[in-house]
Design a protein around this ligand. Structure first.
Ligand code: SF4
Length: 104
């Protein structure tokens, strides 16, 4: 293990590896609402993340995480807008691991 594998902040509870999937996973309704409310999704459901190039976005759509809090595989984009998302470092999500409501 190198230093970069260690969580940088004591508020980080989980370091979750990011996986690549063949087909984009569906976003939950809550995640879509979150994306819309922060201006990252238009009314047609098209995602636009600030500072993320279309090429990068395409790649992000094909990524998922096995969320330890929701105990489910979810789309990385949903994870990215989750309130527990702290940072993404070397293919892993630093997650604060706080309880989430089921409709997150
Ligand atoms: S940031 Fe949210 S969605 Fe991502 S792994 Fe943590 S709890 Fe799950």
């Amino acid at each position: 293990m190198t230093d970069s594998d260690l969580p940088m902040d004591s508020s980080i509870k989980f370091v979750v590896p990011i996986k690549t999937v063949e087909r984009p996973l569906k976003l939950s309704e809550f995640a879509k609402m979150e994306l819309k409310s922060i201006g990252m999704m238009d009314d047609k459901g098209k995602i636009k993340l600030k500072g993320v190039s279309p090429k990068m976005l395409k790649r992000m759509k094909l990524e998922s995480v096995d969320c330890p809090v929701l105990a489910n595989e979810i789309a990385f984009i949903q994870c990215y807008v989750c309130k527990n998302f702290y940072s993404r470092i070397t293919g892993k999500v630093n997650c604060k691991g706080e309880p989430l409501s089921v409709n997150t």
